[in-house]
Design a protein around this ligand. Sequence first.
Ligand SMILES: [Fe+2]
Ligand SMILES: [Fe+2]
Length: 176
Amino acid sequence: MLNRLMQEHNHLRRVLNLLEQYCIDLCRDAETEPSIIMSIVVYTQEHPEKVHHPLEDAAFSRLLHYDNESRPMIQALMRDHTELEKITRSLRDTLETFVSLKTYNKKQLIMELMTFLSRQRQHLLTEEARVYPLLRQHLSDEDWREIGDSVQEADDPVFGSREKAEYQLLFERLEQ
Ligand SMILES: [Fe+2]
Ligand SMILES: [Fe+2]
């Protein structure tokens, strides 16, 4: 189950890398693909938010049974999940205007992309550096079984079975 969390981080990092490339293109006035930027943001809401965050919340709560000292850090990361979701929603609103009206405030979009990228990366890294080692140390197979049973299983629409046609272009860009 911890392997699954790490695998999900690997996937998220891949889409963040691609998004960073699009952000840099915007900064350089190069051509960009707003629909792919949108796909990345929608994917973040559809999978990492709906599946990865709840699994982590369950694992982090379980960790507190064993390691009370990590409570402030765990609570901050769980608050971070809510904040990341807010940042993502706001970015999506901005992008929807961009895609539908073909007009956008470039400075604002770049700022929002920068916030999104840096907050996501900071969050992933803090978890990998400070919390996942504690999960590995403290949680038993039995804990992980119970945690797994408490959250919903869902296929990753981009790195899983790839049945969703709306991500077709994103698959292609990730593979280039
Ligand atoms: Fe997280
Ligand atoms: Fe995570």
